[in-house]
Design a protein around this ligand. Structure first.
Ligand SMILES: [Zn+2]
Length: 397
């Protein structure tokens, strides 16, 4: 099903082959994580199965739990049960149990249901991550915490005698474990990915699709007041998903990866910030609006440039959208149809034209500011003598 949707997103209903410029998992990320917010159904299914693991691990007095317990968990918990010969449901739970470990934090009491090496119960990560060399040598990677406690001391069995460095590591580990000891009662589980510490499908889904990290400024391409087509274009641009020559080359395209204008490797930062044509447009923007510095990359644009402008950030984004769309359409005409603009100022006029055309989409309270910017840019372009720069010798700018 995800394959069908992926094809539709990139090819539309047409049969013709087109390069898929983003992985399905990128498209499926929430918008605040730089995605398009589509639900990835197989990931969602996994999250719903993990929810069952959570419910089973927490235990219950209800009948469904008692049935599962009698059938599969006579010797302990879900994690010590075996998937072999079990129902499809139980087997599928075992297939996703590694995902449960991403968010589960075990509060150890008797240590019977917590894995010494593989669960997170001391610190923020499993001991196997904190002491990888010791983990490689351990006698039983699936040992429970209770197996490593003799009532008074921590006893950790290894497969062979340890080297000096490994012994040092072990000393560190024992020292770190020292204050902890086992007590009476069942181990408890909390969920680290949710403030409430209670499992939620949403928190795991968000974690799995982008490790739960919110991308700064990833919303800016959706908030900009332009037609939807341009928002999608900005999303592609900011995620390096445009069909630039370098990106196509990576996907096995036979053509050249060089810019058709200046012969340098063509990627997103080149087209929109570093190519001579882009630098000309940015230089014009700088002169027209009195900006000291121009961005050299997309990161630079969102991190520095749009913050240092003498106008609000959303106007900077609208300006960039217009400028980038002018460069992209010009670039496509050059690369695909071999139509070159007569001079660079022509592309500048196209850029200001887009900005003017989209200005009615801005909030009423901002329209005047947009018009002011457009007027400044237009005035600069009118005062510019085209003879000064033919398209071929604007490199000096
Ligand atoms: Zn170039």
């Amino acid at each position: 099903m995800d394959q069908i949707r992926s094809n539709f997103f990139w090819q539309g209903a047409k049969e013709e082959f087109r390069y898929h410029m983003a992985k399905m998992d990128t498209i499926c990320r929430p918008k605040n994580q730089g995605g398009l917010g589509m639900i990835n159904t197989s990931t969602m299914n996994e999250c719903l199965l993990v929810k069952w693991i959570w419910r089973i691990a927490k235990g219950s007095n209800e009948t469904w739990f008692k049935i599962l317990q009698a059938k599969y968990m006579q010797n302990g918990s879900f994690f010590s049960s075996s998937p072999r010969g079990a129902s499809q449901f139980w087997q599928s739970l075992h297939k996703v149990k590694h995902l449960f470990k991403w968010g589960a934090i075990f509060q150890v009491k008797d240590g019977a249901n917590t894995m010494f090496w593989e669960d997170t119960w001391k610190g923020d990560t499993p001991i196997k991550i904190q002491f990888p060399d010791l983990y490689k040598m351990c006698a039983n990677p699936r040992a429970r915490v209770a197996d490593c406690w003799d009532g008074e001391n921590w006893i950790i069995p290894f497969r062979r005698s340890l080297t000096t460095t490994e012994k040092d590591d072990l000393d560190k580990l024992l020292l770190w474990l020292q204050p902890s000891s086992l007590s009476v009662g069942l181990d408890n589980i909390t969920w680290a990915l949710e403030n409430s510490k209670v499992f939620s499908t949403k928190s795991l889904y968000s974690f799995m699709t982008n490790r739960g990290v919110m991308l700064k400024d990833s919303n800016s391409c959706w908030k900009v007041r332009t037609p939807l087509k341009i928002k999608v274009f900005l999303w592609q641009l900011s995620n390096d998903r445009l069909q630039t020559a370098t990106a196509l080359k990576r996907r096995g395209w036979k053509g050249s990866h060089l810019c058709c204008l200046c012969g340098k490797p063509e990627n997103v930062d080149h087209i929109f910030f570093r190519c001579s044509l882009a630098r000309f447009l940015w230089a014009g923007v700088g002169e027209a609006l009195g900006l000291a510095q121009q961005p050299g990359s997309w990161e630079d644009l969102v991190a520095t440039w749009s913050k240092n402008c003498n106008f609000p950030k959303h106007l900077g984004m609208l300006l960039f959208a217009s400028l980038a769309w002018a460069l992209w359409t010009t670039r496509n005409k050059m690369a695909i149809e071999h139509i070159f603009p007569n001079n660079a100022i022509q592309t500048f006029h196209v850029f200001v034209g887009f900005m003017q055309r989209w200005s009615p989409l801005s909030k009423a309270s901002n329209r005047e500011k947009v018009r002011d910017l457009v007027e400044l840019l237009k005035a600069w372009a009118m005062g510019f003598r085209p003879s000064m720069t033919s398209i071929s010798d604007i490199e000096f700018l």
